[in-house]
Design a protein around this ligand. Structure first.
Ligand code: PLP
Length: 460
């Protein structure tokens, strides 16, 4: 054992934010810890309930980030904690038999899936669901290529990364998995051209690109792509990891396009924000082609996939989704906040370029600053921050002055996402709109805002 010894759970829970940052820097990711500190996001949250979280000084925050779509049910719903408690004495993993609760969860997932999607495989993360879906498509079609969209985000493991459309994430890890081809976002002709070349196992896409900056595909694009996939013997995989479980106003976002994919990937809120669990779900026919028969039934496995606790939470989460009509809530509250944000955009066009989204997955795109505008004043420092983390500056202002937690989208740093738990109230939504209005009124122009908050950041 090393000299610094072991830290116990109780001692760990009592560390302050400076001590945590030190440990994080020493034993985890030093630069990430520094960046979180620079943006003043380094709070120490100690309690969470519904849409609210509290830091160690008792300050209350509203969570408009919702765990990037993992917290559709809010924090710590007692029904989810009770589900964990209910199975706490049962074997969580055994592997020597069939998982009782994983089969129940698969039944329930099939009940809310569109069309004939029925057979599920459970993993632990969104990326793992994408990996499995891609493997399944290749095994079922015996084809080798996969088409994905520019701006997409499907995860950061090697296979999922190979279909994630942002070069920043791919380049350091080249070469990607062979046969993955990117097409421009929403370009139907480009999609058709690639499909025509044949040999394509799957098209993978998100009905709404969440990390891409909350981008909605052009009307009819998904329907046409569905038809083209059928025509060319290609499977359509829709990644509902962030858009699923009511987020966009229906249980799955693809339902609003009137299509049924061949494979749906889910994750995030499937575990109620409490347990890591993900799935890919397909038809009996595709399952059989890929994994049917004794020689193929164990081609794809995962030790913790569908464990008792994760499945218990998943079963409860799906029940809550249906009984509380969270999709309806997302539609109702989403329409309201969308209207209010659009009014804000009309009043402050210098700040907001566009507001877009569906249900409670909304992106606010800010106007980028003209290149170099701040260089003269700040010797380039703030410009660099503003270009890569423009929306993060707004998020920093929101959290530090208004106690509202938001974040920028990974593939478009000019966009902040509004993605709160679906149980959010109108009064809580109003707090965000009022805070933004306050910021815009106070600074009057984007560059004044960036200059002031960037300076604050640099000087601490
Ligand atoms: C659409 C989509 N797919 C896949 C993933 C990857 O999920 P995970 O981070 O659980 O691997 C994400 C995560 O943000 C996502 O938004």
């Amino acid at each position: 054992m090393k000299d610094h010894g072991l830290i116990g759970l109780e001692e760990g829970l009592s560390l302050n934010s400076r001590e945590i940052q030190e440990l994080y820097k020493r034993y985890m990711n030093p630069s990430l810890a520094s960046m979180i500190g620079l943006l003043k996001f380094d709070k120490r949250y100690v309690r969470a309930e519904g849409v609210k979280v509290w830091d160690d000084s008792g300050v209350e925050y509203l969570d408009f980030l919702g765990g990037y779509g993992a917290l559709n049910f809010g924090h710590n719903d007692p029904r989810l904690n009770a589900a964990l408690e209910r199975v706490s004495g049962a074997p969580n993993l055994l592997q020597a038999s069939l998982g009782t609760l994983s089969a129940v969860l698969a039944n329930n997932l099939a009940a809310i899936m569109p069309g004939e999607l029925r057979h599920s495989f459970f993993g632990n993360s969104g990326a793992e669901a994408v990996e499995g879906a891609l493997k399944m498509a290749k095994a079922a079609t015996k084809k080798k290529r996969v088409i994905y969209l520019e701006g997409s985000f499907h995860g950061k493991t090697m296979g999922a990364l190979s279909v994630t459309g942002r070069s920043k994430y791919q380049t350091p890890f080249a070469p990607m998995v062979p046969g993955c081809i990117m097409v421009p976002f929403g370009d139907q002709a480009a999609m058709e051209q690639e499909l025509e070349r044949g040999e394509t196992a799957a098209v993978i896409l998100e009905a709404i690109q969440s990390e891409g900056g909350v981008r909605i595909l052009p009307p009819g694009y998904l329907e046409k792509t569905r038809q083209l996939c059928r025509q060319y013997g290609t499977l359509l995989i829709v990644d509902e990891i962030q858009t699923g479980f009511g987020r966009t106003g229906t249980i799955f976002a693809c339902e609003q396009e009137g299509i049924v994919p061949d494979i749906i990937c889910t994750g995030k809120s499937l575990g109620g924000g409490v347990m890591p669990i993900s799935a890919f779900t397909t038809t009996a026919e595709i399952w059989d082609k890929a994994f049917g028969g004794f020689d193929k039934c164990a081609l794809h496995t995962s030790t913790f996939g569908g464990n008792t606790r994760a499945a218990a939470v998943g079963i409860t989460a799906i029940r809550m989704l249906v009984e509380d009509d969270l999709a309806g809530q997302a539609r109702l509250q989403g329409d309201y906040i969308m209207r209010r944000l659009q009014e804000l955009q009309e009043r402050f066009p210098g700040f907001i370029k566009e507001v877009r989204g569906r249900g409670l997955l909304i992106g606010i795109e800010f106007n980028p600053l003209a290149r170099g505008i701040l260089n003269k004043v700040t010797g380039g420092k703030i410009n660099q921050i503003a270009e890569e983390y423009m929306a993060a500056l707004i998020a920093g202002e929101l959290i530090n002055n208004y106690q509202i937690i938001t974040a920028y989208t990974l593939n478009n740093p000019n966009v902040i996402r509004i993605e709160p738990p679906l149980i959010i109230t109108r009064e809580q939504l109003d707090r965000l709109v009022n805070a933004l209005q306050d910021i815009f009124q106070k600074y009057q122009s984007m560059w004044k805002f960036v200059l002031a908050s960037g300076k604050k950041m640099i000087t601490g």
